[in-house]
Write a protein that binds this ligand. Sequence first.
Ligand SMILES: Nc1ncnc2c1ncn2[C@@H]1O[C@H](COP(=O)(O)OP(=O)(O)OP(=O)(O)O)[C@@H](O)[C@H]1O
Length: 220
Amino acid sequence: MILEVDNIELNFKNKRILSGIYLKAETGKVIAILGSNGCGKSSLLDIIFGNLKPKYKLIRIDNKPILKPLYKTGFIKYLPQYHFIPNGMVVKSAFNMFGVSWDEFASSFNAFKTYKSYSMGKLSGGERRVIETYLALKSKSLITILDEPFSHLAPIHIEAIKTLIEEEKRNKIVIVSDHMYQHIIDSADKIYLLKNATTKEIKNLKELESYRYLNENVLK
Ligand SMILES: Nc1ncnc2c1ncn2[C@@H]1O[C@H](COP(=O)(O)OP(=O)(O)OP(=O)(O)O)[C@@H](O)[C@H]1O
């Protein structure tokens, strides 16, 4: 599957947030979006998912324009920045709802075994994020969007999620955004930098310095 996101224009009041966006993603690849605070990354992900309506947008799948919001197609999963599973839902029920095996999760994330019958609201923010990221990645989909999957996690969980992304991308398009650029660089097959409201495809990592996303000589 090839997903193209083209010609997006988004304004909030008189402020231009996105304009002239182009992004191409395909099954088997991780597409990363980097950019400074407030440059419009989450807005772009919301527009792709379909829960934010911009002034203009063009979304194509395998060259065919898709007019309805992608979330209505049922083949896209989205990890937003906020907690998307209700506080009162029991952990095991969340796995059932997403059609994901609890036992498989508990055997890879041993420390979570005792949380099976906890309600989500009783977990720490980071623990909750691990579960939500896992569910977004493991549940059935053709496109998975991850907004800041690494930012709240302990290093050991970050590595586990990176491994999961590597496995899951075989059958999916994965679109990911995070400020932990080193993890993004490790995971991504293609990187777009969002700057001055438009996307720039990064062919050489040094461009992240020349576009002043990173300070000089940060990259080894
Ligand atoms: N509903 C809204 N109404 C008005 N302005 C908004 C709204 N949502 C976002 N913005 C503004 O749009 C800009 C882009 O926000 P967005 O959350 O997409 O940025 P971001 O790149 O994801 O930022 P961060 O990395 O800090 O999470 C920001 O300046 C923000 O203040």
